[in-house]
Design a protein around this ligand. Sequence first.
Ligand code: URP
Ligand code: ZN
Ligand code: ZN
Ligand code: ZN
Length: 483
Amino acid sequence: MSKVIKNGTIVTADLTYKADVLIEGGVITKIGQNLSGDESFDATGCYVMPGGVDPHTHLEMPFMGTYSADDFESGTRAALSGGTTMVVDFCLPSPGQSLLDAIKMWDNKSAKACSDYTFHMAVTWWGEQVFNEMAEVVDRGINTFKHFMAYKGALMVDDDEMFSSFQRCSALGALPLVHAENGDVVAALSQKLLAAGNNGPEAHAYSRPPEVEGEATNRAIMIADMANAPLYVVHVSCEQSHEAIRRARQKGMRVFGEPLVQHLVLDESEYMNKDWDHAARRVMSPPFRNKQHQDSLWAGLQSGSLQVVATDHCAFTTEQKRTGVGDFTKIPNGTGGLEDRMPVLWTRGVATGRLTMNEFVAVTSTNIAKILNMYPKKGAILEGSDADIVVWDPKRSKTISAGAQQSVIDYNVFEGVEVTGLPRFVFTRGECVVEEQKVDARPGSGQFVERAPFPAVNRALSTWKEITAPRKVERTGIPASGV
Ligand code: URP
Ligand code: ZN
Ligand code: ZN
Ligand code: ZN
């Protein structure tokens, strides 16, 4: 049965124009004037945009002694409700665990996804087995490998491990990702703060100053350069990290940066709230920063030195957060945002003139689809693209409240924020699953999206490195050895 979206204005990363969209078999089959289909959806006054892609989620993730509360069902339902039609989740082997075993676990968890999804693989330990299995992971359609430079004693890898893994990524045509914070310094500062009796959630922010992030970002960039690998920096929260990325890009390095919608909108004053629960619910790494850092992130999105807006959705209930009463280092790190990313970014970005509509599409779907090598299947309104579409009503408003959200947790870090700009319809591979804020998603309907390795950038980097490599000087005259 065919569907047609009529009377809307198509907005993509590079074009804005009026046209109808015909959907057949889950795919966009025609874009043009006066199209008809078996079922018609009215987009009068709306923008027809690629569904959002959130490149950074942790659904049902084992972390800090517990599991993140939203699983692939509630998480993808929340995503769809807010106009995001695909998530990229982190497959996380425990130290010593086979990467292929971890994929099996994530396959099981994701069987109930309501939207399409794909995985990044995390490199949480290093050895010959990891080196070998990375090739198989790429064969399974996962071309991105995440490295934690923080969480010492748990997920953290150190420089020699990162350098080995980045070189392996380069050889396999894969893209390394980093969580860039100096884990050694964070651990030392945390102990110092605790010893001084500073045990509340605000000390989480004190233990992770921007320098901790700037140093690690710069280190990862230099290590990637020496390994002939491109680099993607997740949750860039501050000017120090952004500056390192900007500088690297100016030098010609292929480095990408991903701010989170939380860091763009919420600031460090949240941690000073007298209510312990309020502050602890906002504990995440890196922490929220001040307005100057926020301005830097917005400027990065505007100028192109930062390319993608994510959520790092890793939701814990108040009960789970309370594990850290009396010791901030035990508060599970993470916040939610999957349902709110698109409306909040539209309201604070497009409606304020900080972003154009086309830039909004670029940073919420198109850029990441290109970076992760799944464009134009995802992130595009083109004939042949998956019909992952959001029909966006720029006039529709609501006040964000935990009581009305799809996420299973009992609060929302954007509680009380008024957003204008919400989906009228959301289509996931041609199925209309959201209509006027009513979500009718089908658990198990989401599919895993395979992503082939990208030989282009890695080959270019390796070719240039080979051409400019240090070489032994072949001499014409060599004196007899002295004495
Ligand atoms: O605090 C955070 N960001 N929790 C999720 C795990 C991570 O570091 O991305
Ligand atoms: Zn080592
Ligand atoms: Zn992280
Ligand atoms: Zn994360």
